[in-house]
Design a binder for this molecule. Structure first.
Ligand code: NAI
Length: 278
């Protein structure tokens, strides 16, 4: 890891969603620290009981605050504690996603609707709740930056991603809508659409390895790592991107604009016995 560029010197933030070393939020926390930021780390009480986050808290000097993002009172409590530790914040990372339907391998045409509500509440509506309470409780500084992590399932159908496709579409919509409301204060809201990444949430999806390899073969630059995603998020939290807002920004090695790779054409021709190739 480089020494950094002091891009976030003096900035303060809230980082949601670091579970273990592989978590994208964990890598983002390390990158933010490297760039000079101070922040609090937050995760659901059940995730904190695993205890892994303590190590990141020690390494980055960040207080850890429990908060289930589906509960208004817990978010209010988090905002109060954040104020005590940091005063206002300049950036918020939302790296939260969970679908009981995906976990329990429910097909899209046979969803459990209570679980669908939970998927949407945890993975998308939570961004709205967090921004609502942060604004109401005067925790957001003018000129700040909010980033939520998304996935291309919001635009294209990836069958194994089930109701998370819908959750990401809603998440991206909330980012745009809140972005328009916060723009007069110079606060930007964006989603970063990251390529498949080998984390706890990622590998919990049935067929993840196939989706990972598919994206890696099609993207001209290959799949970006969680650390590369972290570097990109640093730029969005920094003052170098002050007028970038209400966007869904693909961080995928070029996947979104690619059709097929040469390697795949050749492999598929061999596999399916393409006569033109002989
Ligand atoms: P992860 O499993 O490390 O992170 C997901 C986090 O959400 C965990 O820390 C979990 O405790 C937290 N969470 C779940 N329910 C919560 C609740 N009620 N309250 C507060 N926190 C809660 O996995 P990863 O991959 O780092 O996920 C972070 C974000 O990146 C998610 O939004 C995910 O959808 C997104 N993403 C992941 C990709 C991948 O392939 N891993 C690709 C594109 C986006």
């Amino acid at each position: 890891m480089s020494d950094g560029y002091e891009l976030l010197k003096g900035k303060k933030g809230i980082i949601f969603g670091a579970l273990d070393e592989r978590s994208i939020a964990w890598r983002i926390a390390l990158a933010c620290k490297r760039e000079g930021a101070d922040f609090v780390l937050s995760n659901a009480p059940v995730a904190l009981r695993l205890g892994a986050l303590d190590a990141l808290g020690e390494e980055t000097g960040a207080p850890i605050i429990a908060c289930d993002v589906t509960k208004d009172d817990e978010i209010e409590d988090l905002m109060n504690q954040t104020k005590e530790h940091l005063g206002g914040v300049d950036f918020i990372l939302h790296a939260i996603g969970m679908s009981p339907n995906v976990r329990k391998k429910k097909e899209y045409t046979d969803l459990n609707y209570n679980w669908l509500q939970q998927t949407l509440d945890i993975s998308a509506i939570s961004l709205h709740r967090v921004l609502h309470h942060a604004e109401k409780m005067d925790v957001l500084n003018d000129g700040g930056s909010i980033v939520a992590l998304s996935y291309i399932g919001a635009q294209r159908i990836f069958s194994k991603y089930s109701d998370m496709n819908d959750a990401k579409a809603l998440l991206e919509s909330i980012a745009r809508n809140y972005g328009s409301r916060l723009a007069p204060r110079g606060i930007r809201v964006n989603t970063v659409s990251q390529a498949p990444t080998k984390t706890s949430a990622g590998t919990g999806i049935k067929g993840f390895d196939g989706m990972y390899t598919f994206a890696d073969m099609i993207a001209p630059m290959g799949n970006p790592s969680a650390d590369e995603c972290a570097d990109y998020c640093v730029t969005l939290f920094s003052d170098l991107t002050r007028k970038v807002t209400m966007q869904n920004l693909f961080h995928d090695g070029g996947f979104v604009n690619s059709g097929i790779s040469e390697e795949m054409i050749n492999d598929l021709a061999k596999f399916y016995g393409d006569k033109d190739d002989e």
